[in-house]
Design a binder for this molecule. Structure first.
Ligand SMILES: [Zn+2]
Length: 105
């Protein structure tokens, strides 16, 4: 049986087409945290102190309280309980593109 994987260039394309601010912002209400960054209530724990930070310039997010963080794929995985491949596929569909796969030799 042939195993397939999503090539790195496809993953980079998916990340470029899904800005971190808009993906996190579709799940969490975000407000200005200064310096071009955004803040919101972390969806991964019971948060009442705006622990979530989004840094659009770096394409990343992190939470002061539960120490979770990462990129747009990590956020999609953790908030939607998906595998890595499922999260990439979700974000590709969200951006309206079809992924191409390659065989693992
Ligand atoms: Zn958190």
């Amino acid at each position: 049986m042939t195993r397939m994987r999503i090539p790195d260039r496809e993953i980079a394309k998916v990340c470029n087409l899904n800005p971190i601010g808009s993906i996190v912002g579709s799940t969490v209400d975000l407000s200005d945290a200064g310096g071009g960054n955004l803040k919101g209530l972390c969806p991964l724990h019971d948060d009442d102190s705006w622990s979530l930070r989004v840094v659009p310039l770096l394409g990343c997010w992190y939470c002061f309280a539960c120490a979770e963080g990462g990129d747009v794929i990590t956020f999609t995985r953790k908030t939607r309980n998906l595998t890595y491949s499922q999260a990439v596929e979700f974000l590709a569909a969200h951006a309206g593109i079809a992924l191409t796969y390659e065989e693992i030799n």
